[in-house]
Design a protein around this ligand. Structure first.
Ligand SMILES: Nc1ncnc2c1ncn2[C@@H]1O[C@H](COP(=O)(O)OP(=O)(O)O)[C@@H](O)[C@H]1O
Ligand SMILES: [Mg+2]
Length: 267
């Protein structure tokens, strides 16, 4: 049996990794302003963690990076190329790991992973098999190839979703809440996977997460989005003693039965 350490994807080289720049990104859905002049840069090979409460615009921001949403104003660029342009998606290999995993339930794990390379005729079937099995090995999922998503645990589904992204040999990996709904040990496992993939493939990584342990454990830098605005941007270690009271409350909420929060909820 091949050990994971001898398993390599076509290694993304240091010169392959891409940088991402978000410049004054504003997004409105009708009258709802979801992102308000958000700006930050992610360096090639960096792990950037974007945190923030539910509804603060994190997923919408990720969708702008992969070109699924277009800015109302401002610009997202990848290595200087406009993320909204079709040609950028042809030139840059990027993969978004959706929060839900977005696996096809009627397809086996193997066929979920083979779907993209088959549709894009990346290579012949034997070559696809090699890529798929390699991605499964990297995530210790060899034994799940013939299983269907409904037969997998939550943590396995997340790993399959990551393996499916790896098959694309991405230069840019985006993860939307990769540890949500997982127990603390499985969350730590997923964090280790994300960090290992960055180390081994030098892939630029953006992780959207509420998970403080993930941010502190593997983030190079962390941004915090609140109400569509970036209220904090800095090194992950800065989060240990946040200055902004909103950020402190978000990261270390204290249960206060004298002033319960649900009495002040707007909706
Ligand atoms: N396609 C859409 N049309 C209208 N409103 C949307 C759309 N996508 C997201 N929103 C709204 O944008 C806000 C931010 O959503 P989202 O980015 O999903 O938040 P989160 O930070 O939890 O990922 C929410 O109020 C959501 O309802
Ligand atoms: Mg979201």
């Amino acid at each position: 049996m091949t050990t994971p350490t001898t398993t390599t994807l076509q290694a993304t080289t240091a010169t392959d990794a891409v940088s991402v720049s978000i410049a004054k990104l504003t997004k409105n859905f009708g009258r709802l302003q979801v992102l308000k002049e958000v700006s930050f840069d992610v360096a090639a090979g960096e792990i950037f963690v974007l945190m923030g409460p539910s509804g603060s615009g994190k997923s919408v921001l990720l969708k702008h990076i992969v070109g699924l949403e277009l800015p109302t104003s401002g610009r997202v660029s990848i290595d200087g190329k406009d993320a909204a342009a079709e040609t950028t998606r042809e030139q840059v290999r990027m993969a978004l790991v959706f929060q839900s995993g977005a696996l096809f339930n009627s397809l086996s794990v193997y066929d979920n992973l083979a779907l993209y390379p088959r549709e894009h005729r990346v290579t012949h079937e034997a070559g696809i098999r090699e890529k798929v099995m390699r991605a499964l090995q990297i995530l210790s999922l060899e034994n799940t190839a013939e299983k269907f998503p409904s037969e997998l645990s939550g943590g396995m589904k997340k790993r399959v979703a990551i393996a499916r992204a790896l098959v694309m040999e991405p230069q840019l990996m985006l993860y939307d809440e990769p540890t949500s709904e997982l127990d603390p040990v499985m969350s730590a496992t997923i964090s280790e996977i994300i960090a290992t993939l960055r180390e081994e493939y030098h892939v630029t990584t953006i992780v959207v997460s509420h998970d403080r342990e993930l941010a502190l454990g593997i983030g190079d830098r962390v941004g915090i989005l609140m109400g569509g605005q970036l209220v904090s941007l800095g090194k992950a270690s800065d989060l240990r003693s946040p200055q902004d009271p909103r950020v402190a409350d978000f990261l270390n909420p204290k249960i206060d039965l004298k002033h319960p929060r649900f009495k002040n909820l707007e909706t």
